[in-house]
Design a protein around this ligand. Sequence first.
Ligand SMILES: Nc1ncnc2c1ncn2[C@@H]1O[C@H](COP(=O)(O)OP(=O)(O)O)[C@@H](O)[C@H]1O
Ligand SMILES: [Mg+2]
Length: 231
Amino acid sequence: MLVLDTVNQYYGQSHTLRDLSLDIPTGECTVIMGRNGVGKTTLLQSIMGINPLASGRIMLDGQPIQGHSVEARPTLGLGYVPQGRQIFPLLSVQENLDIGLPMRPRGQRQIPSYIFELFPVLKDMLARRGGDLSGGQQQQLAIARALVIDPKVLLLDEPTEGIQPNVVAEIAGIIQKLNKDMGMTVVLVEQKLPFARKLADRFCILDRGQTVAQGPMEALTGDQVKAYLTV
Ligand SMILES: Nc1ncnc2c1ncn2[C@@H]1O[C@H](COP(=O)(O)OP(=O)(O)O)[C@@H](O)[C@H]1O
Ligand SMILES: [Mg+2]
């Protein structure tokens, strides 16, 4: 279980996450929803140690993780797919993937073969530059890169943003495989409701840095959608 307990975070004077508490059950897919600017990305960045907390605790399987640096968080089993993908455009696909290798245990520093089974397109493009891939392929590369460390928890920030519908369906299938077949815990930030409904077991809605609603996905009501999600 990944637990956020009364987390507060600031950008300068700006109080972004406010007494935010959230339980993310192991093996489930939890979707974080909410309008632009409510703090979804900040929340994931705080879990990854990119944003320091002013107060509160983040615990993974009972252990507090704040003492671990940004560089060390992936080794705790946290795989992160940032918003906008952020692959390295001038590096090859192979080089983008190899970045995670030093974080693997000694003697196991090769790309796990299941990654190429999940993303056969990447296998054919290992020598291509990341920046020459299509948006959908770059998103697949970003997910593959996060998987290189064999994460227990995969955090994805709007993986379908700006991606063509056929690739969106492919990415949905891959996230489902990781979550339901391989048992990986998934934390998904997503604004597209049908995508969220298809994948998630649980939802959490943020508004102005606070959790305003959470529960099993099927319990999300039309009133909540109207109040917190649609424009
Ligand atoms: N690096 C930053 N410095 C200052 N303010 C930021 C920074 N990143 C985000 N913000 C602000 O924090 C709030 C939450 O942003 P963000 O977490 O990106 O929201 P979301 O992902 O839900 O759209 C917004 O008001 C945004 O403008
Ligand atoms: Mg965001």
